[in-house]
Design a protein around this ligand. Structure first.
Ligand code: NAD
Length: 481
């Protein structure tokens, strides 16, 4: 296996491995060893990124969608060719198992492949004219150079969504990926260059996130922001974007309710949610199931089954083939798990499984199931972003829908039922952007993904994701006197 790569920013097609602005250490969360050093952008670097993004946009927007699509499709092929190396780098800097990392890279490639096709379907409209001899048309144009800000939990997928969609729409993209997982984003951007996407169409920068985002967003060149991360940072960026009325797509946190009805099979429900809760990135997912509301008639068997699964999960270094759940991505997550479990147990919760850190080196946390959790406990009000599952009984569906909607979050929700009446009630009643029944897959490249309320605004994926990078221009002609 190739080693962790030498980290670089990529601006106007040039790799920049050293910087007067300093270097940041990148840590392996399984061992706490430093795996690489990351250069931070100076203001000169950011100016270069802005200028080259503006220049490249003028060229890229004029390239036929068919040709842009061919290049995006080549990126997808390159990502698949390099999947073993990219997944290894992802595992090393983020912690998830190699198997999971490979699945993420495959998904990232699918996003490029989908965008390659969807970019050819940017249609305008012909509007019947009011005046004889006139023509009225609506054209779609790319909005302009965009800025993508991506977090550490999906280091291949999230940058790929932002880059591929921007490029499919005809926009250029500056991506500031997470400083904690930069190697994977760098390999994605390298794949873009190796596919033949012209220099400057995708630029990659790193640095102090508030300084970099503020500097870039103050420029009149950036017309669109796409951010994935926490609610407080999303609100801050929306305020900055208001200065220049830059359009924003904000994918922020969630606190996904799971409703298990009395007609559902509690063991099937436990097995299915465990896949989304523990095995998937150790619960560090904005759409992870996080508040488990279980009908009192199936509450005990569900909680027991979930605890049994949690207790049997093999936690370890993601590079080990037997590992089912890797470490948490950083020390902040361990501190958050400790605080949330302490608070819940102080308020009377019982720990059915886990509840503690594993070992002293590496950020390993035992998959945790909590019962008798008080509604005021922090975990019932704050996104856990980790492998904690609080299970709470309910009696009436109306009450649980109201409780699910109580929080300012509104991203994903899940329900288990075999009753069409219950499913319709839940789908209508929940104030969220995504709801699934009897499974927990919240997104594909072609489906619209995003939240309501404080979980964000706008959609990624599907035609909706592309539309977010387009503006409409109305054109009218008097063609006959
Ligand atoms: P954080 O709020 O410090 O940072 C979240 C992300 O925003 C990071 O990638 C960070 O680099 C970036 N960021 C921070 N300040 C920024 C700024 N001013 N401009 C641009 N980017 C900025 O939180 P954290 O400790 O990294 O993560 C913890 C919380 O973040 C989680 O509890 C979760 O709610 C949220 N989060 C959500 C997602 C998601 O997929 N929606 C991903 C990662 C983190």
């Amino acid at each position: 296996m190739e080693a962790y790569p030498r980290l670089q920013m990529i601006i106007d097609g040039q790799g920049i491995a050293e910087s007067a602005a300093g270097m940041l250490a990148v840590e392996n969360p399984a061992t706490e060893e430093i795996v690489g050093m990351l250069p931070c952008a100076t203001t000169e670097h950011l100016d270069q990124a802005l200028e080259s993004s503006a220049r490249a946009f003028e060229r890229w927007r004029k390239m036929p969608a068919e040709d842009r699509g061919a290049l995006l499709s080549t990126v997808a092929h390159i990502l698949i060719e390099r999947i073993a190396h990219i997944a290894y780098v992802l595992c090393l800097e983020q912690g998830k198992s190699i198997k999971e990392a490979e699945a993420e890279v495959r998904y990232a490639a699918q996003v490029f492949a989908y965008s390659a096709e969807e970019g050819k379907r940017v249609y305008g409209r012909i509007i019947p004219a009011r005046v004889a001899g006139h023509r009225q048309m609506a054209f779609k144009y790319p909005i302009g150079p965009s800025l993508g800000l991506s977090p550490w939990n999906f280091p291949a997928l999230v940058p790929s969504r932002k880059i591929a969609t921007a490029l499919a729409a005809g926009c250029s993209c500056i991506i500031k990926a997470s400083e904690e997982t930069p190697g994977t984003a760098m390999l994605v951007v390298q794949a873009c260059h190796d596919a033949g996407i012209p220099p400057g169409v995708v630029n990659l920068v790193f640095g102090d996130p508030p300084t970099v985002s503020e500097y870039l967003m103050k420029s009149h060149i950036i017309r669109k922001i796409s951010f994935t991360g926490s609610i407080p940072v999303g609100k801050h960026l929306a305020r900055l974007a208001a200065e220049r009325l830059q359009r924003c797509t904000l994918e922020l946190g969630g606190h996904a309710p799971v409703i298990v009805m009395e007609d559902a099979d509690p063991e099937f429900a436990a097995r299915t949610v465990a896949a989304g809760k523990f095995f998937r990135n150790a619960g560090q997912v904005c759409v992870a199931p996080t508040r488990f509301f279980v009908h009192e008639r199936v509450y005990q068997p569900f909680a027991r089954a979930l605890a049994d699964i949690a207790g049997g999960i093999k936690v370890g270094d993601g590079r080990e083939s037997s590992t089912e759940m890797g470490p948490l991505a950083n020390a902040r997550r361990i501190e958050a798990m400790e605080r949330l479990v302490d608070d819940a147990t102080r308020r009377g919760a019982s720990i059915l499984s886990g509840g503690h850190r594993i070992g002293e080196t590496g950020y390993f946390w035992a998959p945790t199931v909590l019962t008798d959790v008080d509604g005021n406990a922090q975990i019932m009000n704050e996104e856990p972003f980790g492998p904690l599952a609080p299970v709470v009984p309910f009696t009436r569906l109306d009450d649980v829908v109201m409780e699910a909607n109580r929080l300012p979050h509104g991203l994903a929700a899940y329900a288990f039922t075999n009753s069409m009446r219950h499913a319709a009630h839940i789908a209508e009643g929940l104030d969220v952007g995504v709801v699934t029944f009897n499974h927990v897959t919240a997104a594909y490249p072609e489906t619209p993904f995003g939240g309501v309320k404080e979980s964000g605004d706008g959609r990624e994926g599907g035609p909706e994701g592309l539309e977010a990078f387009l503006v409409t221009r109305y054109v009218s002609e008097a063609v006959a006197a």
